[in-house]
Design a protein around this ligand. Structure first.
Ligand code: GDP
Length: 392
């Protein structure tokens, strides 16, 4: 009997011990820290929570979620990443921007047409035509040339009832030169990315243009890396970073004051490593003396070309700056081989004639036009569409 009582006692004690061990294990697991994914300094882990005395035993089948330690994640990490913007599609952008171009430049064509359609084309009328062209910044040489050609054609063909609009259209088109190759060289050879270097004075619209070009490329399913090499202005770097974030494009940047060439180098290196289609490099636009500018841009280009050839050098010019803009254009074209011109702010002035003047001056085509501050307000320049917009 005593032996039986002893046996029952032993079995009871062993049973209790087992329950305690199992419960202890589970509670222990519950208390123990869970390895954090990606141990991150921003993640604050609370101290383990003590199990309450009267807490019911945890079933082994309990969902694992109840076993997770509580983790407090700072609010900024909880905020959802902003949704990426979808840049406007090409077709709708072009229709919209053509209308805007007609809005800003139409008065020039209409003014010329009204003058040319007069019954008598006397000297006063020709003088007014000349003034209209000069006011639109076409430049002295091209203006004289155009007036001369119009005079001849209207004299010879006018009697035959030639339409002034047709004559004007043909002559303006010849002046803008539809034969120039205006395609952007955004692709590289042999699997390397295309490298687009964007130059111009501060305020011309360089950074904005880099952002807008990246959107056009993203809309056309190209992969892009941006280089924020305007390291003298923190605001320009931030501005470019924002452009990149909005469409999910990586922006390579360095601390303020870093050598622009090193940022350009890193950006192209990143583009090569990631195998992207295009790297676009924004540059500093301080218009210091010509030698300084030449040193700076020359170095940027040389350093980039250790990684991949530069396929396009775009000079950004503010269309509203007239003669001043032309002087800047000349300086830049002397220090770097410009392959294309971007004319910005054509929405804000009727000075579309600068297209002709700057192409003549540099012998380089206008490839893009900026037509507003909106993210998708950049259009490829098309000679025929431009002249049609002028004539309304
Ligand atoms: P950056 O100093 O050359 O990089 O010039 P930004 O890109 O900072 O542009 C200077 C200003 O010009 C900004 O306020 C832009 O929004 C504005 N801008 C750029 N392109 C255009 C354009 O095509 N039209 C208009 N209206 N403003 C533009």
């Amino acid at each position: 009997m005593d032996a039986l009582a002893l046996l029952i006692l032993v079995v009871a004690l062993v049973g209790l011990g087992l329950v305690a061990t199992v419960t202890g294990l589970i509670v222990g697991r519950r208390r123990g820290p869970k390895p954090l994914p990606n141990t991150h300094t921003d993640v604050i882990v609370k101290p383990p929570v003590e199990a309450a005395e009267d807490e019911p035993p945890v079933e082994l089948s309990s969902p694992p979620a109840t076993l997770e330690p509580e983790v407090e994640v700072p609010e900024e990490l909880l905020e959802e990443a902003p949704a990426l913007e979808r840049p406007e599609g090409t077709a709708s952008r072009l229709v919209r921007l053509r209308q805007r171009l007609a809005g800003s430049q139409g008065a020039l064509g209409r003014g010329l047409l009204a003058l040319l359609s007069r019954d008598r084309l006397d000297e006063d009328t020709w003088e007014s035509i000349e003034d209209t062209l000069l006011t639109a910044d076409i430049g002295v040489g091209p203006t004289q040339e155009l007036v001369e050609r119009l005079r001849t054609r209207m004299r010879v063909e006018g009697g035959t009832g030639a339409d002034a609009r047709t004559v004007l259209r043909e002559e303006l088109l010849a002046l803008v030169d539809p034969s120039m190759d205006r395609r952007l060289q955004v692709s590289g050879a042999d699997g390397q990315p295309g490298v687009v270097l964007v130059v111009g004075v501060n305020g011309a619209g360089k950074t904005t243009t880099v952002g807008k070009i990246s959107r056009i490329l993203v809309a056309e399913d190209h992969s892009v890396v941006l280089g924020a090499a305007d390291t003298f202005r923190a605001a320009a770097v931030e501005q470019l970073a924002t452009w990149g974030e909005r469409v999910g494009v990586e922006v390579v940047r360095g601390p303020e004051g870093t050598d622009p060439a090193s940022v350009a180098f890193e950006a192209v290196k990143e583009g090569v490593t990631r195998g992207v289609d295009t790297v676009i490099v924004d540059t500093a636009g301080r218009l210091q003396n010509k030698a300084g500018l030449m040193d700076e841009l020359g170095k940027v280009k040389r350093v980039i070309e250790k990684q991949a050839p530069v396929t396009e050098v775009l000079l950004v010019l503010d269309a509203t700056t007239g003669q001043n803009g032309m002087i800047q254009a000349r300086v830049f074209s002397e220090v770097v081989d410009v392959t294309g011109i971007v004319l910005t702010k054509l929405d804000g002035s009727a000075k579309g004639g600068i297209v002709v003047a700057v192409q003549r001056e540099l012998g380089v085509p206008v490839k893009l036009v900026g037509l507003g501050e909106g993210a998708d307000d950049l259009a490829p320049f098309d000679a025929g569409a431009f002249v049609d917009a002028l004539l309304g």
